[in-house]
Write a protein that binds this ligand. Sequence first.
Ligand code: KG4
Ligand code: ZN
Length: 337
Amino acid sequence: MSITILGIESSCDDTSAAIIRDGKILSNIIAGQAVHRKYGGVVPELASRAHQSNIVPVVDVAIKEAGIDKNDLDAIAFTQAPGLLGSLLVGTSFAKGMAIALNIPIIAVNHLQAHVLALFAREQNDDTTPPGFPFLCLLVSGGHTQIILVEKPLEMRVLGTTIDDAAGEAFDKCAKVMGLPYPGGPVIDKLAQHGNPDAFRFAKPKIPDLNYSYSGFKTSFLYFLRDRVHENPGFIKENRNDLAASVQKIIIEILMDKFVKAIQQTDIKNIGIAGGVSANSELRKTIVETGKKYKLNTYLPKPKFTTDNAAMIAQVGYYKFPEKNFAPITIEPKARI
Ligand code: KG4
Ligand code: ZN
């Protein structure tokens, strides 16, 4: 019997719906929210309003593009946590209402687990090999930076995490002080391709174990720019590409120092990356080189499954459905886990 699941993602500023059938992604529709751009970051109240207007058309298009009927659905998986509460509420309420109308179960999904399982998301004609178990995943997004040991699809252990800012946040905040638009990560990625990564050097944090910290670097970058701009008001404009490349280099170095330490400590054979920052072209190259150096199997998610998307939510639903791992209709979204 064929199993068809609708996935819904609404944890931050992307409204997304996807259909998975028997482990293959049939559609993955994402509506971004341009409304936040002029504020230089996500405004929670505006995000939940935009989800409200986007959710019905996004789900409708996902169903049509998949070539299915809503009555074919066996379950609805939705992001329950973590994220912005007002945003999560829209997806959660929609999933509940639709599930009641269709008399099918709902599946609650942890957004971070979904980012990791995006490494397993495959479209119809994609038969590439997914990661073997156990594997070590570097999860890098706008809200999280974690090293995760993945034993099985639904069995994961966090080995290290950031004690302050996430790597994506570091990209976004450095971009903001350089006067670049939000989200800054992809903009820095592009500019860095034309810059010298050794033009400017910044100090790395000294944090024990496998944990991360980005707030010290972020503050030192802010003071560095302030002093340089004081001497030369045109400093940022004249050095934009070199600044981007240097910032990107240090953010990746900080990520990789701990990830390599984790590889050595766990004696792992398979590694992967996930989350929005895993779209970064230099980080992707670096992970592949690291895999070669340590003779590991290396897995990268498809770029479209790196930033927030519902395909990854549907993918978790696909793993939970056979276990009848369903949520009660009274379940509430949670901002934190
Ligand atoms: O996973 P995601 O879409 O949302 C969260 O769950 O946080 O990640 C968004 C983050 C943002 O900080 C964004 O700047 C970053 O991912 N990002 C990138 C790139 N594409 C997205 N950072 C660096 N290089 C990129 N190409
Ligand atoms: Zn995310």
